[in-house]
Design a protein around this ligand. Structure first.
Ligand SMILES: [Fe+2]
Length: 163
């Protein structure tokens, strides 16, 4: 449960239509693609297709909650917690809180702007995951391990569906 949402139900609803959208997901040789499956006022659901070698920078999800579930392959996830500077003095810092390999049926729930991760598919086969963001976010931060915020990025979609 994040942000008062029944994630299992939200994900189960998308899985019920998986045979309709999975074949439509855009592909590329490197990196990953983000396809929106569903959007409403409270949340959005994305399918991420991870190609061999794909990796993200360390990032937040704006102020949104984020829940993930692996549907195929495996994802290697590193989690961080960000601490703010004290009274605006100094810079924020990141604390490594864990690394794990997530297999089909596994995932994470990230709770807000200080809960960060990086995600990678270092395997030789594609991975597929479903992500719920509550609410939808349009901008997010990219960080170095030292805690320095490197950039503010705009969330992109490679495809937009309504399943
Ligand atoms: Fe993320």
């Amino acid at each position: 449960m994040i942000a008062g949402l029944d994630l299992d139900r939200i994900i189960a609803e998308r899985l019920a239509s998986r045979s309709h959208w999975e074949g439509l997901l855009p592909r590329r040789k490197v990196g990953y693609t983000r396809s929106r499956l569903y959007l409403c006022d409270d949340f959005e659901v994305l399918a991420l297709l991870w190609f061999p070698g794909a990796t993200t920078p360390i990032h937040d999800h704006g102020d949104s909650y984020c829940a993930t579930r692996v549907l195929a392959g495996e994802l290697h996830v590193t989690r961080y917690l960000r601490s703010e500077s004290v009274n605006g003095v100094g810079r924020s810092s990141l604390r490594l809180v864990g690394r794990n390999v997530q297999h089909v049926g596994e995932g994470d729930a990230l709770e807000g702007a200080r809960d960060l991760h990086s995600v990678a598919n270092p395997t030789k086969v594609e991975a597929l995951s479903i992500h719920v963001y509550a609410p939808r976010y349009s901008e997010f931060g990219i960080y170095e391990e030292s805690g320095i915020r490197l950039a503010t990025a705009t969330a992109r979609y490679d495809a937009v569906f309504d399943f």
